[in-house]
Design a protein around this ligand. Structure first.
Ligand SMILES: [Zn+2]
Length: 450
């Protein structure tokens, strides 16, 4: 039997986690944490469908916590098989998993310990793109570039035929992971699949088309405005990928000599990970990095790693641009900058990524007049805008392009990693194409083959 249990990102965006049963053995694909809504977060404590120690291997598409964050819990519960992922994914997990353990410890509700995070990291094995690796006897995996964050992959998992299958040929199951847009300043466009018997497809923007205004134009306009007004531009941005993308863009933008600060210890460490993996960048970025050995070369850039460096930013005169984590303003140094600049009507806030419902970033996006930070209600007088062009996720037209090389429609496509509206929109589109498209419910099981 070949079956899949949807343990996360089913009907929602976070918690990506798929349990595969092949014959009488099991593997896990992604093992992410549910985030945001307290009812969702509660799901992080659900039981595995089979004992964790019975899983042979775990395949990981990329380092984001909503795909990797429950791995230490899986390990704490007994999993001790190999975790296959790309090498940059391992290094980014080395930053993200211990940080996640620390945040949970501070919040007083830990799902796992620091030690579990270290045990999980020790199980990770680095894979290259385009090479098939054996997962267990009869099952192979190939990683392809997903263009979403450094080292991100979509997976082609190939299963040798079991005796009960009607057709005695290998079956390919494609897991899209998270797919980039193909416009990333630093990453290449996602590779496209040619064959997929079954497809598990992310649908973050299944019903949305990104604005075609270029991120560079929008960013230039924002910088010009704060330069004119001698004020501040604060960009809450994810420490991994988005902060580097933004700072990299400044190098080629006509922004004069405005001071740019990347204020995040995690972003600073991630820059060094990028610098170790030029081959995982797009051609242009790879070439520049190989020539200079430096990822970010904007002359007026300061990367603030220590808290002294961070505090010193406010002593400098505006205009200035501050890129700081976290991207949804749920924690991190960006809160300090928001507290300072939100009440100033000349300042500008540019939201640079997807904002989950219920987060401070989402409140700002929705035009809330006040924002609660550390128990204080901060008035929002600054101008708030969203920088759409840099999104890390493909929209529906880009997903359609990604699918355009498939020789035949998959036998079934399962839409995941989206809110209800996006999943519905994507399903309707596939139905019009005559595809068999399913929107799995949380913990729903599908038997793919007997
Ligand atoms: Zn992601």
């Amino acid at each position: 039997m070949l079956a899949i249990d949807f343990l996360g990102a089913a009907g929602t965006v976070t918690g990506s986690k798929y349990s595969i049963t092949y014959g009488d053995r099991h593997i896990m694909v992604d093992c992410g944490m549910f985030q945001g809504d307290p009812d969702l977060v509660e799901r992080n404590r659900e039981m595995w469908p089979y004992p964790a120690r019975d899983y042979q291997a775990l395949l990981l598409t990329h380092a984001h916590i909503d795909h990797s964050g429950a791995i230490p819990k899986f390990v704490a519960d007994g999993f001790d098989g190999p975790i296959l992922c790309t090498e940059p994914t391992i290094e980014l997990c080395e930053l993200l998993l211990p940080d996640s353990a620390k945040i949970m410890r501070m919040e007083g509700n830990p799902l796992f310990s620091d030690e579990n995070a270290q045990q999980a990291l020790a199980l990770m094995e680095g894979c290259r793109y385009y090479k098939q690796y054996e997962v267990m006897p009869g099952v192979g995996v190939t990683f392809f570039d997903a263009g979403h964050i450094l080292g991100s992959a979509w997976l082609e998992v190939e299963f040798d035929p079991l005796p009960d299958w009607p057709e005695q040929r290998p079956v390919r199951v494609v897991f899209s992971g998270d797919l980039g847009r193909g416009h990333s300043p630093l990453l290449a466009a996602p590779d496209r699949p040619y064959q997929a018997d079954f497809l598990i497809l992310e649908s973050t923007y299944g019903g949305h088309r990104h604005s075609r205004i270029s991120a560079v134009d929008q960013l230039c306009e924002a910088v010009a405005r704060v330069q004119r007004q001698r004020s501040n531009l604060v960009i809450p941005a994810f420490a991994v990928q988005r902060s580097q993308d933004l700072a990299y863009l400044f190098e080629s933008m006509p922004v004069g000599n405005i001071s740019l600060y990347v204020d995040s210890p995690m972003a600073a460490r991630a820059i060094r990970v990028f610098e170790r993996y030029p081959d995982y960048l797009n051609k242009k970025a790879c070439q520049r990095l190989n020539e200079t050995e430096q990822l970010l070369r904007y002359q007026h850039l300061r990367v603030c790693e220590t808290s002294e460096q961070s505090r010193a930013i406010l002593n400098k005169k505006p205009p200035r641009v501050i890129i700081s984590a976290s991207g949804m303003a749920e924690g991190g140094r960006v809160l300090h900058h928001l507290r300072h600049h939100l009440p100033d009507s000349r300042s500008m806030i540019l939201l640079a990524g997807y904002q989950c419902e219920g987060t401070r970033g989402w409140q700002l996006q929705n035009g809330d007049a006040y924002l609660d930070i550390d128990g204080r209600s901060i008035p929002v007088r600054a101008d708030v805008e969203s920088l759409d062009g840099l999104s890390g996720h493909a929209d529906y037209s880009e997903i359609t392009e990604w699918l355009s090389e498939l020789e035949e429609p998959p036998r079934a496509t399962f839409m995941v990693h989206g809110d209800e509206e996006s999943l519905q929109a994507q399903q309707e589109r596939f139905s019009q194409w005559g595809w068999h498209a399913e929107v799995p419910q949380h913990r729903q099981r599908f038997q793919l083959l007997p």
